[in-house]
Every structure is written in C-alpha cells, then in structure tokens.
Design a protein around this ligand. Structure first.
Ligand code: GDD
Ligand code: MG
Length: 334
C-alpha cells in the first residue's frame, strides 16, 4: 500500500528552529520526525511513501539519498507553489499515479496508531475516506468531528471557536482514502482537505472515523515538540524509545542533566544544568548555565539562564544573560 505524507508546511510555530530545518526533519529522540513516522507506516503495511513537499525539499533528499527509509520506498512530489493540504495530496497522488486505496498522514504526528487497523476499519465500513480520531480535552486547535451511528462522521469543523466544538473527538491526521476522494479535489489549486473536502464527504455520507486511545501528539507546537521528545525517555511508547544523551554529544561529568535529551554533537560545559529540555544537534551550553523547559540549537553563554524558550541554530544567549519565554533570534510576528 502507498501513502502520501504531507511535509510541505512552513513550521511557523516552531520558528526559529525551522528557519534552517523543515519541521518533519527536526529530531525526535535523535532521529528525524519523518523517519519515525515512515517506520511506523511501514510496520502497518505501507511499502511506499510519497513525500508531498513544497518548502525546502533538499534536506529530505539529502537525508534519504537512496530513496529508501528502512524497508519503505520513498518518492518525492515537489509542488511548484504550496497547494495546502488537499491540493498537495492531489498533486502528490497524481505525480505518483495512485489509483487504489491509499494512506495519508500529516508529517508532524507522532502516534502509536497501528495503520493496518485503520485500513481494516476503512474496508469493514466500505468507506470512501476514514479518519483516525483521538479524544482530547481542548479540541478547538484541531479539526473536530461529530460521530454518528456506525462510525459515520456527521460533521467536520476545522479549528472551531472554543466552546462551539461538536465533540471532543479530533482529526488525528492519519487517513485512508479511496482514489475517488481525489476526484473531489480540483487540480493545481490551493485546497484545504479539512475545510473543503471533508465537509463534501460528510454531505455525501461517506466519511468515517476510527477512534483509538493510542499515544498521540501533533509536534507542531514548541511545548508539544518538546513533549514528543521527552516522552521517548520514559518508555511509554509502543515501538519508539531513545537514549537521553547522543553518543556523539560531549557532556562534562560535572554537568547535571535531568529529564532532557542531548542531541548529536551538542556540548554541555562543566556545572551547566539542563532540565526538561531538548538540546538539538550542534547546541552548545556554557559552564554554569541553566536551561530549563527549552529547545536549544544554538549557543547559551556561560552562567546564562534560559527558561521556557527557543534558541535557533544561529541564536546566541550572551554570557550571564537571562531569557524567559523568548526566542533567539527573535521571530517576527506573522
Ligand atoms: N505539501 C504540503 N503543501 N504540505 C502542507 C501544506 C502545503 O501547502 N500545508 C501544510 N502542509 C502539511 C504540514 O507540513 C503538516 O505536515 C500537515 O500538512 C498539516 O499541517 P499543519 O500546519 O501541521 O496543520 P495543523 O496541525 O494546524 O492541523 C492539522 O492537523 C491536526 C492534527 O494534528 C489538521 O489536519 C487538523 O484537522 C488536525 O486536527
Ligand atoms: Mg500540525
């Protein structure tokens, strides 16, 4: 079975980390997010993934030069201009010549969902499209569904105003589609699958949901990207786990590392304290500095204090400086 994986977004909520690296290439437990996703799709029976790319395709092509990720074959569909989720699915499916049941996944979703079970549920219902659903406390930041009899979706609202959500069940970003879904999406146009196509499928009565209680996180926000990393340390995931400190990192024996991940080639100097944080590849934390609840790619100076913040690849926190709930370099409001 083939899958289209959407990886063409701008990752704006993770800037400045995504200034140089596209979101799906950011590491989760020392490995690119996309690699963990593709491996999981592979375990669920997917043999070929079409990466729907627009923005910065090069890092993907360089990371998987042989056109393979583990046992899964990788191909690329590069949009001439961002076509939004629906337009990107249509473009990628056309490029790959998809003409049978296929899987679609958002590139920033980390979950223990068994994709094989989602496909089986789709076939049982003879659905045109089946969405993986997850129950969450605050659904307003997601696509939200109302579920009727026999798992038929009777309403789909993308990012409803808080208090107006039809239920607590959200679109978890993994789908199974019949190729006929593609006929509902115009060619070479910006189309949101969530705002345009899902409502059409609801109207036609052929959109179904498959709710599970699997581990699930959309790693597109800083707090959740950090959580998706740290969750791999505690052993709560079914197939994914990681070591706290990369073998290529240099961590002084007199540094303190608590509930944190230290990425490839990162350096932590004597007396530094890293708590509830992720140091990304190449990060440098000076002596006696403190990093707490933060994401760091760049440099934190000696004795500096970084709390609930992001430091991008070319970001520098000066010696002795304090950064609280900030970003370095600063991110212009968009
Ligand atoms: N190729 C391509 N082109 N990909 C795109 C484009 C585009 O123009 N725009 C967005 N994407 C990709 C992103 O890279 C991401 O992998 C995926 O589409 C979803 O975009 P996000 O920006 O992460 O959307 P979201 O998190 O706000 O909402 C989506 O995911 C939620 C679950 O995590 C929606 O699908 C919601 O309905 C859903 O609940
Ligand atoms: Mg997202």
């Amino acid at each position: 079975m083939r899958a289209v994986v959407l990886v063409g977004g701008f990752g704006t909520r993770l800037r400045p980390l995504t200034n140089q690296i596209p979101k799906p290439m950011l590491p989760i437990g020392h490995r690119p997010m996309i690699e963990r996703l593709v491996n999981r799709l592979g375990r669920g029976g997917v043999t070929e993934v079409v990466l729907a790319l627009g923005f910065k395709p090069e890092p993907f092509m360089e990371a998987f030069p042989g056109g393979r990720c583990g046992d899964v074959k990788l191909t690329y569909a590069v949009e001439p201009a961002p076509l939004d989720t629906g337009g990107a699915i249509k473009f990628a499916a056309n490029e790959a010549g998809i003409d049978s049941t296929f899987v679609v996944a958002n590139g920033d979703v980390l979950t223990d969902l068994d994709v094989g079970e989602l496909v089986a549920a789709h076939r049982r219902r003879e659905a045109e499209a089946t969405l993986h659903l997850i129950g969450v406390e605050d659904p307003s930041a997601f696509g939200v569904v109302a579920l009727g009899d026999s798992d038929r979706i009777t309403d789909f609202v993308e990012k409803p105003a808080p208090g107006t959500e039809p239920s607590n069940l959200i679109n978890a970003g993994t789908y199974v589609f019949e190729p006929s879904v593609l006929d509902r999406i115009p060619d070479n146009e910006r189309v949101s699958i969530e705002r345009s196509t899902f409502p059409l499928l609801v109207e036609a009565g052929c959109l179904y949901g498959h709710a599970t209680q699997d581990y699930w996180i959309d790693a597109g926000r800083p707090d959740l990207y950090r959580a998706a990393n740290l969750d791999l340390l505690v052993g709560g995931r079914v197939n994914d786990h990681c070591e706290a400190v990369s073998r290529t990192a240099t961590v002084d024996a007199a540094a303190i590392i608590l509930n944190s991940i230290i990425g490839d080639h990162a350096v932590v100097a004597p007396g530094a304290r890293i708590v509830d944080s992720v140091l990304l590849p190449g990060a440098h934390v000076g002596s006696a500095a403190t990093v707490e609840a933060s994401l760091v790619m760049g440099r934190v100076g000696e004795g500096a204090r970084v709390d609930a913040s992001m430091v991008g690849a070319d970001g520098v926190v000066a010696d002795g400086a304090v950064l609280t709930a900030g970003t370095v370099p600063e991110v212009p409001a968009s």
